[in-house]
Design a protein around this ligand. Structure first.
Ligand code: NAG
Ligand code: NAG
Ligand code: NAG
Ligand code: NAG
Ligand code: NAG
Ligand code: NAG
Ligand code: NAG
Ligand code: NAG
Ligand code: NAG
Ligand code: NAG
Ligand code: NAG
Ligand code: NAG
Ligand code: CU
Length: 610
């Protein structure tokens, strides 16, 4: 049983709202679930249950999650996605960034003030783990939101992709010599609030509802619309927007939307709520994979429940609302004159072990030996020198209150939903926009951002914490470094994160040192996990500028060989050696036994790469 103890704590004089402690005890163990009705599988349960409990707090509350890792065979941790963790960076959750992985049999307490509003979610942030079901909604109720009186009832709805295999079994096939192009694992189904059974949202006529929509999946974005209805977008990723009429959304993994929906005056029909998986992300579409699903806005339980009548046959012909044009309700102005500009390109390529990796410029994120926050805490004045964080955490040291601009170009033909921890960033530009032009650069050369020739920046830019980088296009974002902490910036497609599509913002390190202490329980976690909690990225506590022995990405393929060429060559030699004329590339075949028999060059970096 989930136990929630609520204590009245103290009154916030400004809002006259009572802040309280909200305590969840999470005993995390394996349980069995079958949400798509196609296959039983082991999933990560909390207190013996899956779907997991929705965390609900009021703005201003202290959220305390006491987690016990009862998995037996996996490390874990929790990230509260979108939470600023202002002053509590040590509660942010990513392993080897702000904490040590929590080993089996250990406990960890997350404890922070929720000083923001809206729709969020929580998920594990250690190794590959989200595909095993460790994710659920986190709702911050807000009785003072501008639209609180405009709706009668609210619904929280998650959507996600779903895999039948355990992440631990998918991983060796994905990051393998036999998958040189890095084709992502194909899901087996897509869930709507953790089921495919068909949910009815029971509605009354002529009534307004708040729908909170969250893509808690690991890979595939989904389109969302309701036949013959429009709605008003009022929130994206915790940022209230001017109410904006729309009839379709594109919700990438980790993104959230709240919409107000006013029902019809008539009750004679039920209307399909339609979700369509973005199949352009899939390298192959198995014939038995269902991409679109119907749930219902139910006006009359005894009336028919029709299947969706989808007017296009391919998802890329759908035309969702362009999020970068939304105006925040608070009308925060465009941040001017960035003090630091970070220019990045997303690249997918192979390294000399033949496997596919992802890079920001030329770095594929590789976890350090000491969590980066603990390097900050132990490095003294050297904490402002990016050297101490190592060459492969891709750390940028930001000054306190810097105005930071990130230009992210996409040299890859896939789209990537990027997330910045600890912040909501302004969206200055995103090219191309959703709609018919979204794939216009996908064939041919990438179309990088040109600082001297671009669309005018909006006066009140949209803000959110997860933004889709278009195929071979770009986006430009800005934020203020007003939240001292170590914050990951990464693609939220779990497979790409595992391939290294991440970097680290070390924000105001000296202010972190002044303001933060690491709770002794967190240090105990490191001891239990056998991970160093002092030293530079290489674990050196004597000379912080000596990075010898740091975890590193595998080597580059020697000049003169093209990456794909050498991979194809190695691949054909290995398959000839095995006497297997042709091996169907990953996604369709079960190659696990091959991987076990042919051990490719394994190195330390690989162990740490996820
Ligand atoms: C967690 O749940 C498991 C299985 O129900 C149980 O054996 C174990 O004692 C529980 N641990 C804690 C710390 O609650
Ligand atoms: C947990 O993490 C530690 C430190 O990285 C590692 O040595 C250990 O093998 C991991 N345990 C499991 C079960 O993955
Ligand atoms: C949570 O943090 C607050 C503020 O630092 C502290 O007063 C409180 O004792 C902590 N509670 C727990 C259970 O750790
Ligand atoms: C939460 O909502 C209130 C009321 O709309 C707003 O004044 C406040 O700025 C919001 N808080 C945050 C942290 O965004
Ligand atoms: C918000 O309103 C709901 C319903 O009126 C009430 O149950 C809840 O206590 C309120 N929360 C706060 C923080 O005022
Ligand atoms: C979705 O699932 C969550 C968790 O089980 C539940 O709290 C919520 O009410 C569900 N939403 C709908 C619309 O059924
Ligand atoms: C719909 O509700 C509004 C007030 O919410 C009311 O003025 C109107 O008469 C209602 N219309 C119908 C057809 O019930
Ligand atoms: C319902 O009826 C009211 C009053 O006749 C009208 O103002 C409103 O637009 C109608 N709503 C819808 C969704 O048709
Ligand atoms: C499906 O939609 C098309 C285009 O709007 C329409 O012509 C057709 O009648 C619809 N079919 C059904 C079964 O509703
Ligand atoms: C909807 O699903 C059907 C059956 O799986 C498929 O034929 C169709 O292409 C899908 N439509 C879209 C837009 O994905
Ligand atoms: C990305 O593509 C652009 C345009 O083709 C090119 O100039 C740039 O060097 C590429 N960046 C990387 C890191 O490969
Ligand atoms: C963090 O808190 C400081 C005040 O302590 C405030 O100035 C800053 O805007 C906050 N930043 C975020 C991202 O919440
Ligand atoms: Cu990605």
């Amino acid at each position: 049983m989930l136990s929630v103890f609520i204590f009245l704590a103290f009154a916030l004089s400004k809002s006259l709202v009572l802040a309280k402690n909200v305590v969840y005890d999470f005993n995390v163990t394996w349980v069995t679930a079958n949400p798509d009705g196609l296959a039983d599988r082991k999933v990560v349960g909390v207190n013996g249950q899956w779907p997991l409990p929705v965390i609900e707090v009021d703005k201003g509350d202290q959220l305390i999650v006491n987690m016990y890792n009862g998995l037996g065979d996996k490390n874990t941790s929790i990230h509260f996605h979108g939470m600023y963790q202002n002053g509590t960076n040590n509660m942010d959750g990513p392993s080897m960034v702000t904490q040590c992985p929590i080993p089996p049999g250990a406990s960890f307490t997350y404890n922070f003030t929720v000083n923001q509003n809206g729709t969020y979610f929580y998920h594990c942030h250690t190794d590959y783990c989200i595909p095993d079901g460790y994710r659920q909604a986190l709702i911050v109720h807000d009785n003072s939101s501008y639209f609180v009186d405009d709706y009668e009832e609210e619904f929280t709805i998650t959507m996600s992709d779903w895999y039948h295999n355990m992440a631990e079994n998918i991983k060796p096939e994905f990051m393998s010599l036999y998958n040189p192009t890095g084709a992502e694992p194909i899901p087996n189904a897509f869930l709507f609030n953790d089921t495919t059974q068909g949910i009815n949202l029971d509605v009354k006529p002529n009534t307004t509802y708040l729908l909170r929509l969250i893509n808690v999946g690991v890979f595939v974005a989904q389109y969302f619309y309701i036949e013959d209805h429009t709605f008003q977008i009022v929130e994206i990723d915790g940022v209230y927007t001017e109410p904006t009429e729309a009839d379709m959304l594109y919700i990438a993994v980790a993104q959230r939307y709240s919409v107000l929906l006013t029902t019809k005056n008539t009750t004679d029909k039920n209307y399909p709520i339609v979700t369509v998986a973005d199949s352009t992300l899939l390298d192959t579409i198995p014939s038995d994979l269902r991409l679109n699903y119907t749930n219902w806005l139910q006006y009359d339980a005894s009336a028919a429940h029709p299947q969706a009548n989808i007017t296009v046959s391919v998802s890329s012909d759908l035309d969702p609302y362009e999020d970068s044009t939304l105006v925040p309700y608070d009308h925060m102005s465009l941040l001017e004159n960035p003090t630091i500009s970070i220019n990045l390109a997303v690249v997918m390529d192979n390294l000399d072990n033949g496997k596919g990796y992802a890079f920001l410029n030329n770095i594929s994120y590789t976890a350090p030996k000491v969590p980066t926050l603990y390097t900050v805490m132990s490095a003294g004045e050297l904490a402002t020198d990016a050297t101490v964080y190592g060459d492969y955490t891709h750390s940028m040291v930001l000054g306190h209150n810097d105005v930071v601009e990130i230009v992210l170009n996409n040299n890859d033909t896939g789209s990537h939903p990027f997330h910045l921890h600890g912040h909501q960033f302004q969206v200055l530009g995103k090219n191309p926009s959703y709609g018919p032009d979204f794939f216009k650069y996908a064939d041919g050369d990438p179309f990088p951002y040109d600082p001297s020739n671009h669309s005018a920046f909006p006066a009140y830019p949209a803000r959110r914490d997860t933004l889709v980088l278009p195929p071979q296009g770009y986006f430009v974002i800005r934020f203020v470094a007003d939240n001292p902490g170590v914050w990951l910036f990464h693609c939220h497609i779990d497979w790409h994160l595992a391939q290294g599509l991440a970097m680290t913002m070390v924000e105001a390190p000296l202010q972190i040192q002044q303001r933060m202490t690491i709770p002794s329980g967190h240090i105990d976690t490191c001891r239990a996990a056998g991970v160093q909690y002092e030293g530079n990225a290489a674990g050196n506590t004597e000379d912080y500028t000596d990075l010898r022995g740091q975890n590193a990405q595998p080597g580059w393929i020697p000049g003169g060989f093209t990456a794909r060429g050498i991979v194809a060559m190695v691949f054909s030699i290995v398959s000839a050696f095995l006497g297997m004329g042709s091996i169907v590339l990953y996604g369709l075949s079960d190659l696990k036994f091959v991987n076990e028999n042919v051990q490719s060059t394994s190195d330390v970096a690989e162990e740490y790469h996820d």
